[in-house]
Design a protein around this ligand. Structure first.
Ligand SMILES: [Mn+2]
Length: 318
């Protein structure tokens, strides 16, 4: 863990520090970025947070959005942390920060991350970047506040699908137990993160679910989240979550796909139930991820993207 010691040397020797994560942030990204922000407070540094994309409604209670910078004016930093981001492109409109920092520390758990920082702590055995960050922060022997513990808990909770995916280990549970000892209220967080959906978001979800199509003897499930579904329900793309996981609940489904219509084309989310490694297909199209959860963006409309995916998956379901 020499790299970890070096991180603390860098923190001590830096003044202007920047923390960022991937665009369209999820619970692991938001939890990790904000946990590190809280952890760094006692160091009395000038810390800036950048995240490209809106904070989904169910995480807003844990984030002071005033501290998240919206625009980047080529300011220089002594030290940059990039969390939960498998490559440079994932920073979205803030990618350029990478060119304006003296040192970059990458902390991630995606197996497609090739290490684009000066220090790269990439552990694909970790359930979440939050779990990995917790290990790193603990080596400092500094206090981990309840606020930081809650954020790390949210990172782990959401990336493990409430401790149900195969990335959940006994170590994950032991660390989570420590977070609960620090003061995390698991039922309270469950209610905020999962049981607080506005009815229009649930209606948008139902519209997406009602469009599920099954292919290859029901082993491939697919649906799309279109602008018209979002407009009809006055919903934001970032707020409609869990569709791809819902499709995987169908017994025969081995791979689920959700096609999200955006300005440039389509964003594809892929989930695998057992042995099919969906990160291979994501990488082929310039994306990344894990074997059971991956994604990519493509400059094609929904219909063409669907055809491309059906062709790609054909060989898996022969
Ligand atoms: Mn993650």
């Amino acid at each position: 863990m020499n790299d970890v010691n070096e991180i603390f040397n860098l923190i001590n020797n830096s003044y202007k520090i920047c923390i960022t994560g991937h665009k369209s942030p999820d619970g692991d990204c938001i939890g990790s970025v904000m946990a590190l922000y809280h952890f760094l407070k006692p160091f009395k540094k000038d810390v800036t947070v950048f995240i490209d994309g809106i904070i989904p409604f169910n995480y807003k209670a844990f984030v002071d959005e005033n501290i998240i910078a919206q625009d980047y004016d080529n300011e220089e930093f002594d030290l940059l942390f990039v969390l939960d981001s498998s490559d440079e492109k994932r920073l979205g409109k803030f990618e350029n920060i990478l060119n304006n920092t003296k040192k970059t520390v990458v902390i991630d758990h995606h197996k497609t991350n090739e290490g684009f920082g000066d220090i790269n702590i990439i552990d694909t055995e970790m359930s979440s970047t939050g779990e990995l960050l917790y290990d790193i922060l603990k080596t400092s022997e500094m206090n981990i506040s309840k606020e930081a513990a809650v954020l790390i808990y949210i990172a782990i909770l959401t990336d493990t699908g409430k401790f149900s995916y195969s990335n959940t280990t006994s170590r994950t549970h032991r660390k989570t137990a420590e977070l609960i000892d620090i003061g995390v209220d698991v039922a309270e967080i469950d209610n905020i993160v999962y049981n607080s959906k506005p009815s229009n978001i649930v209606r948008a979800f139902i519209d997406c679910i009602s469009g599920i199509e099954l292919y290859y003897n029901n082993q491939l499930g697919m649906t799309s989240i279109t602008k018209s579904i979002l407009d009809k329900n006055n919903a934001e793309m970032a707020d409609v979550d869990g569709v791809v996981e819902y499709i995987r609940e169908i017994k025969e489904v081995e791979v689920s796909c959700v096609l999200k219509e955006n300005e440039e084309g389509t964003k594809v989310s892929l989930r695998s139930k057992n042995n099919i490694d969906v990160s291979n297909i994501s990488v082929k199209f310039g994306g990344g991820g894990h074997s059971k959860a991956a994604g990519f963006e493509i400059n094609e409309n929904i219909e063409n993207t669907k055809k491309i995916l059906l062709k790609e998956f054909k060989e898996y379901f022969r």
